[in-house]
Write a protein that binds this ligand. Structure first.
Ligand code: ZN
Length: 104
């Protein structure tokens, strides 16, 4: 199994509870929980999204946003809204596939 290294300190991330994934320069990046807080303190929301992708609250918000956009798409009959809404579950799945499934 391939190891995951923190973007800030370059140490290995060994447990899922210590893993935070976030958007940085339109890519998903992995951090230790402490390193994510330090990175946010240094750069704020300028280049790093302040919301971790792999949190339960983000998963719930993304699911609600996806369902709401699908309903909007069905009601308004604008099909591309449903396609755009697929970005949210794909983002969450990418975080899981790239990082979360590789740590315990
Ligand atoms: Zn770190």
């Amino acid at each position: 199994m391939k190891q995951i290294y923190c973007e800030r300190c370059s140490d290995e991330i060994k447990s899922r509870s210590d893993l935070v994934t976030s958007f940085k320069f339109f890519m998903i990046s992995a951090y230790h929980t402490d390193c994510f807080a330090k990175e946010l303190k240094d750069f704020g929301g300028l280049i790093l999204s302040a919301t971790p992708i792999n949190s339960i609250s983000t998963t719930i918000i993304l699911a609600i946003a996806t369902i709401a956009l699908w309903i909007l798409s069905a009601v308004s009959r604008i099909w591309y809204i449903a396609v755009v809404a697929l970005i949210f579950p794909l983002l969450r799945l990418s975080s899981w596939f790239i990082y979360e499934r590789r740590v315990n």
